[in-house]
Ligand binder design. Structure first.
Ligand code: NAP
Ligand code: MG
Length: 496
């Protein structure tokens, strides 16, 4: 029997108002139903927003360090439940247990950071330019935050948004991806157990159109924080423009790893395998392009193909598995369509390029790790986000060409360069257009306390992670106190 899951609205676990439901299945074994979830709609969103607005009146007045104390309990409970929920996450979205544990650990790290940062939500106070006057700079919460998240980091991404939003004194309406609603439900259970006021956190299950759109349009939501694809991000930004909501967008990537002739090739190989095929290529920071300098191109491609063929596909719960399935059938079809596009464009397929259906694999959405060589800048497989285990290899003459190729996309999330030459590394650090650059490391592996996000179409200028996430969820407020007992006019009484 599949587990029944519920919404959490207005302090209670409940069904959708319509009574409708949807199923969530295991992408490694489509016969396995993980759970049945409420398929919510506008009415449920209305109730959730009302609850969050009501809770905001009191929550904003709780001292931030006390809100942070709840985050410490969140971290404690998360540590206890790590293994159980990581296993559920693997069943729900397919990536291997090692990675779901990492995803979960990022949530723990974010809770620990939030605990500490709750005691630091202050700003610098500059002196007033007038005598007997003081300017006090504070940060205040904004109100109700709408959180809309994707399925590829079912725990880490919601925590990046919800923890700073709550610690800053906002209340939350949370719509997780309908592909990973079970992990999201566990997170809400943990927040409640740790002591977040029940009406301050509302969980509304459903799809982008049934729940996401009503949230974005809702006048009672003050901030939307969204992670997902560029087309959806664009439509959300347009809708938020109409109601002048603050909106933070973390969108796609077409990340590249450069390997120069002088690089440590064994290290670069480990990096690209992890970057391209970890999470089955379904990370916003996945390595989907490999830019090789001509002197090592052929040798490195040989090493890469040999290692790629050894990767073992399977259920992410099995310790022998390196690469899990894609998230669903539609995703696998999309990947396969791009493989066809790559062939039609004249790129050369040297491994993979097909469904993996041997034995047990036939029950899930498996796709063989795929590599194209002779990929030319501008080809669609070189420009568009495929979000699967497909790597495009591009040959270049030198560092300048490598950086030009790397930069020539609409995205700018992550990037990487392998070289032993300190001058080349520093030029790359300066000239690469991306929010994140790794030197001698793969394009994936961000740490929770560093700013995270990208340039160009990857986002709209916000950063999650660390202290920068708090800028999304707070407003600056300045209070001037004049204790001189007379009217003092800035810029006038003290004019030069
Ligand atoms: P998606 O299709 O854009 O969906 C993301 C979320 O938005 C889901 O919860 C989805 O709901 C919801 N949604 C869909 N349409 C909506 C609409 N019109 N209005 C409001 N909400 C809507 O993205 P995805 O396929 O889940 O995730 C993959 C994408 O996320 C990739 O492009 C990847 O690069 C990006 N990503 C970016 C980052 C980053 O930090 N930059 C991190 C991870 C992923 P349902 O799916 O339930 O319908
Ligand atoms: Mg699923």
């Amino acid at each position: 029997m599949a587990d029944r899951y519920l919404n959490f609205i207005d302090g209670e676990w409940c069904e959708a108002a319509s009574g409708k439901t949807f199923e969530n299945r295991n992408p490694a074994n489509w016969d396995e139903v993980i759970g049945v979830f409420p398929l919510s709609g506008r009415e449920d969103v209305d109730r959730a927003v009302k609850s969050a607005r009501e809770a905001f009146r009191e929550w904003r007045l709780v001292p931030a360090p006390q809100r942070g104390r709840i985050m410490r309990k969140v971290a404690d409970i998360m540590i206890e439940r790590k293994e159980e929920i990581a296993r559920l996450m693997t069943r729900e979205m397919g990536k291997v247990l090692l990675e779901t544990r990492g995803d979960f650990q990022e949530g723990i790290d974010t809770a620990v950071y939030a605990t500490g940062y709750s005691r630091m939500l202050f700003a610098e106070n500059p002196p007033s330019e007038l005598p007997d006057k003081m300017g006090i700079v504070t940060r205040v919460p904004i109100g109700v935050v709408g959180v809309i998240t994707p399925w590829n980091f079912p725990m880490a991404i919601p925590t990046w948004k919800i923890f700073p939003a709550l610690v800053s004194g906002n209340t939350v309406v949370f719509k997780p991806a309908s592909d990973t609603p079970a992990t999201a439900t566990k997170l809400v259970e943990i927040l409640l157990e740790a002591g977040v006021p029940p009406k301050a956190i509302n969980l509304v299950h459903g799809t982008g159109s049934t729940v996401g759109v009503p949230m974005v349009e809702h006048p009672g939501i003050d901030v939307i924080t969204f992670t997902g694809s560029v087309p959806v991000g664009r439509s959300i930004a347009e809708a938020c423009g109409r109601t002048l909501k603050r909106v933070s967008l973390e969108l796609g990537g077409k990340n590249a790893q450069i390997v120069l002739n002088d690089a440590n090739l064994d290290l670069a190989l480990e990096g690209v395998l992890w970057g391209a095929f970890g999470t089955t290529g379904q990370r916003c920071t996945a390595t989907s392009r490999l830019i090789l300098q001509e002197g090592i191109h052929d040798r490195f491609v040989d090493m890469l193909v040999e290692a790629t063929k050894k990767l073992k596909l399977g259920d992410g719960l099995l310790p022998s598995t390196d690469v899990g399935p894609l998230i669903n059938e539609k995703a696998r079809e999309k990947v396969h369509r791009y493989v066809q596009i790559g062939k039609d464009e004249g790129a050369r397929l040297i491994t993979g390029g097909e469904f993996a259906t041997d034995g047990e694999l036939s029950r899930g959405w498996f796709y063989k790790p795929t590599i194209f060589v002779d990929v030319k800048p501008g080809m669609r497989i070189e420009q568009e986000e495929i979000f699967g285990p497909v790597l495009s290899v591009i040959k270049v003459k030198d560092l300048d060409e490598a950086i030009a190729v790397l930069n020539d996309t609409e995205y700018g999330l992550s990037s990487s360069i392998y070289t032993q030459d300190v001058n080349a590394a520093f030029r790359a650090m300066r000239d690469i257009e991306a929010g994140i650059t790794y030197v001698n490391g793969p394009t994936i592996g961000a740490e929770a306390h560093f700013p995270f996000g990208g340039v160009k179409n990857t986002g709209n200028g916000h950063r999650e992670g660390g202290w920068t996430a708090y800028d999304i969820f707070t407003e600056w407020k300045v209070v001037y106190v004049d204790y001189s007992g007379k009217l003092q006019r800035a810029q006038i009484d003290n004019a030069e």
